[in-house]
Design a protein around this ligand. Structure first.
Ligand SMILES: Nc1ncnc2c1ncn2[C@@H]1O[C@H](COP(=O)(O)OP(=O)(O)O)[C@@H](O)[C@H]1O
Ligand SMILES: [Mg+2]
Length: 225
């Protein structure tokens, strides 16, 4: 078993971008890799191509078909809201036990590297009493923590680290994915977080120009998994 949970301090931080980059890097080395993105909010079936499941399927070299989307992302909701709210809008709810079962079954069946991408940040509600943190705690697999490089990201990251430590979760690596229009030097953010990370490696990934999905940072991250 070589499964990692990809989580972050918030939405739009780079979880999918980093996961897709790692998938492409590992596939280029001929290593088996798979991904699961069980919950997607803000999923518009008329613009599937840019959705998280499509980005991950393309990186995996799989077809963006209805069947494949159902496999990689079984819980899809239209509204760009937290999963509990997005589900309620459709008169639905997320069955937490089923979510954990599906995640565990995928982990068990997997032979190579597996990335499970969470949804939003580490404490986004999934139902009336559970958040992503409870999902990660139930799975108890190492985390890949993706954070931003924006002004304010350091505090968000250290807050997240404190909460993750309270649950005794293992963090394999922290990735600072440089934010758009960031005003802080990426290296300074990396160095600052590293001073508080208790030895967990912090890797900086610059903002890559449109369409580019390769960078030496992916090799560095992969070496920590
Ligand atoms: N390092 C980066 N370089 C270029 N674009 C990035 C980078 N990190 C994230 N992005 C882009 O920012 C947007 C949000 O990232 P995404 O991976 O979808 O976030 P999340 O999965 O955490 O919600 C996407 O359009 C993604 O392609
Ligand atoms: Mg995503």
């Amino acid at each position: 078993m070589n499964a990692y949970f990809v989580t972050s301090t918030g939405t739009d931080t780079g979880k999918t971008f980093v996961t897709a980059g790692l998938i492409r890097y590992l596939r280029a080395l001929g290593q088996p890799v798979n991904a699961l993105k069980p919950i997607v909010a803000g999923y518009d079936p008329s613009v599937v191509e840019t959705s998280d499941p499509a980005v991950l399927l393309k990186a995996l070299g799989r077809q963006v078909s209805a069947d494949e989307i159902e496999t990689i992302a079984p819980w899809r909701f239209r509204a760009p809201l937290s999963p509990d709210m997005a589900a309620a809008r459709e008169g639905r709810s997320i069955d937490f036990d089923k979510l954990v079962d599906v995640s565990r079954a995928t982990i068990r069946a997997n032979t190579g590297m597996l990335f499970i991408e969470g949804v939003g940040g580490i404490m986004v509600p999934l139902d009336g009493k559970r958040t992503v943190l409870d999902w990660m705690t139930s799975l108890n697999i190492p985390l890949l923590l993706i954070v931003g490089g924006y002004f304010g990201a350091i505090s968000h990251t250290l807050t997240a680290l404190d909460v993750l430590r309270q649950r005794k979760l293992t963090i394999a690596a922290i990735v600072v994915s440089e934010s758009e229009r960031g005003t802080v030097e990426l290296d300074d953010t990396v160095a600052s977080i590293a001073r508080f990370s208790d030895g967990v490696e912090v890797v900086g990934l610059p903002r890559l120009p449109g369409g580019l999905t390769e960078h030496p940072a992916f090799a560095r991250i992969a070496s920590l998994l």
